[in-house]
Ligand binder design. Structure first.
Ligand SMILES: Cc1cc2nc3c(=O)[nH]c(=O)nc-3n(C[C@H](O)[C@H](O)[C@H](O)COP(=O)(O)O)c2cc1C
Ligand SMILES: [Mn+2]
Length: 487
């Protein structure tokens, strides 16, 4: 059960936990982004940028690093704070399946009004340039107002409402880009509208609460509305006002929301934008854009920003790492794989490109099944790269342990290869002559497990047992630094 109602209450609680810092006078051009990247890497507190340079005394703010550490993650999901990584991930096992099942019971509750309606500007009155909008990287094609964003669209065939995080470049005062990659739900919706030659109605939430941001940015299964899923996580439906132009839900407690339309055949040059892979992998390209009909915002609104960068310098690397671990675990269980002791997708792979699965091998082929499946679960299929299968005596959350297993148990010539998997234009390995829409990548499945046929006579490990290490650590705790394990 989550104890906060909106981003502002969340910020207050983060502050009480000592997990919030307010920074004033920061330059939105590159400086804000650099601070956010460093802070992400350090798993630091949430950062609230006030009096942003050039926007002094407007009251308009930017929040970054909203969920860059364990306490902030657990605050967001309503868990206890002070939990370890292992406790946090294990506490989530089984939850995604439960939330998915329950989501139908938490339909969006429509209300007439809400804080987001404190300021309403329409038509010619729309001017998004008044909000402090960072320039995130020196080679970016412009400012991006939508980074920690939730883009809400409706499937014109099924009526299901989707919320996905797709970056939004601020092109003009009433024009923002939309960048849903092929295969994403928002892109399917667009294709369906355009095949009927109809415009696509769009709502973009630039100041969602951190849970709405995380769920928009996570691979929630097709056909499930992320907004209802959020209701299931929180045990309470989210409330929204029906958009005047689009009839889409406008989350009533959000900070800044726009509604408008994209039109078949209408595109603008979008990007480049420094991407989560750590590269400017795709050039500026013609992409759809939203013509904004109205903007709604609270007094003193807060944009939720998310810096893209390399590996663990990414704003979303930390929470994605935990979300991916929980989502992949649940999907594997749902597919009937037994004996899974842990799944972890660390921040250096941005919670996508490296997944460790620890299993208790109990039949020949078990590790093969687990490794290939983990790689191709819906939640891991997009832009994955490596899966490492380890035995249950290896700590999947400790990369020293995982790399030790690779060094000692994996036979590189046995690495499984999957070709032509779901990749994207942001893959730095995409050859320049292959269009983003056609690019696929390959996957490596590393079996860092004792070969099943040798399990009875494989060399034994010589590390002191967990019990011995724990007891010894307690006995000599004054002399020893750190911990007896690395969970
Ligand atoms: C901060 C952030 C920015 C993202 N930017 C994009 C983007 O520009 N385009 C895209 O297709 N996916 C982007 N993603 C990934 C999608 O949000 C993610 O794949 C999500 O599952 C999409 O929602 P959907 O599954 O409903 O399509 C981003 C994720 C995050 C967290
Ligand atoms: Mn979706």
């Amino acid at each position: 059960m989550v104890q906060w109602a909106d981003l502002r209450e969340w910020i207050e609680l983060a502050d009480k936990l000592g997990e919030l810092k307010v920074l004033k006078g920061v330059d939105p051009k590159l400086e804000l982004s650099a601070i956010a990247q460093i802070n992400a890497r350090n798993q630091g507190p949430a950062l609230l940028f006030d009096d942003v340079k050039g926007y002094e005394n407007t009251g308009f703010r930017v929040l970054s690093n909203s969920v860059s550490n364990l306490n902030l993650f657990n605050l967001t999901f309503g868990g206890k704070t002070g939990l370890s990584l292992k406790e946090t991930i294990e506490g989530l096992m089984g939850k995604p399946n439960e939330w998915q099942l329950n989501s139908k019971d938490y339909q969006v509750k429509y209300v007439e009004n809400g804080p987001v309606m404190e300021n309403v500007e329409e038509g010619e009155g729309v001017d998004l340039t008044k909000f402090p909008t960072p320039i995130w990287h020196d080679k970016d094609g412009g400012p991006f107002i939508g980074t920690g964003v939730a883009v809400i669209t409706r499937d014109p065939e099924t009526g299901v409402i989707n919320s996905g995080s797709y970056r939004a470049q601020l092109h003009e005062k009433n024009i923002v880009g939309i960048n849903a990659e092929r295969g994403k739900h928002g892109a399917f919706h667009r294709d369906k509208y355009y095949s009927r030659d109809e415009p696509m109605p769009v709502v973009m939430v630039f100041g969602p609460d951190p849970l709405m941001y995380i769920l928009a940015g996570s691979e929630i299964p097709t056909g499930i509305s992320e907004l209802e899923y959020q209701g299931a996580v929180q045990g309470k439906s989210i409330t929204a006002v029906k958009g005047k132009y689009t009839r889409l839900p406008i989350p009533s407690n959000a900070e800044i929301v726009i509604e408008g339309f994209t039109y078949p055949g209408k595109t603008k040059l979008e990007g480049p934008h420094g991407e989560w892979t750590g590269y400017y992998a795709s050039d500026a390209k013609e992409k759809p854009y939203v013509e904004v009909k109205a903007v709604y915002y609270r007094n003193n609104p807060i944009i939720l920003g998310a810096a893209m960068s390399k590996g663990s310098y990414n704003d979303h690397a930390f929470w994605r790492s935990i979300m991916r671990s929980a989502l992949v675990y649940d999907e594997m269980v749902k597919n009937g794989i037994q004996g899974i002791k842990g799944v972890y997708s660390p921040p250096f792979g941005v919670g996508r490109q490296f997944i460790t699965v620890s299993i208790k091998q109990s039949y020949p082929g078990h590790a093969t099944e687990a490794g290939y499946l983990a790689s191709q679960t819906r939640s891991a299929a997009y832009m994955g790269k490596w899966v490492v299968v380890v035995d249950d005596d290896v700590n999947p959350y400790d990369m020293d342990d995982v790399l030790w297993a690779m060094c000692s148990r994996a036979d590189p010539s046995e690495t499984g290869i999957i070709r032509k998997a779901w990749a994207s234009g942001v893959d730095p390995l995409r050859p320049k002559d292959v269009p983003a829409s056609k690019h696929t990548n390959s996957r490596g499945i590393i079996f860092a497990v004792v070969p099943y046929e040798r399990m009875d006579n494989f060399s034994e490990t010589c590390i002191a047992s967990d019990d011995t290490r724990r007891e010894t650590f307690e006995k000599w705790s004054e002399e020893l630094n750190g911990r007896w394990d690395k969970y």
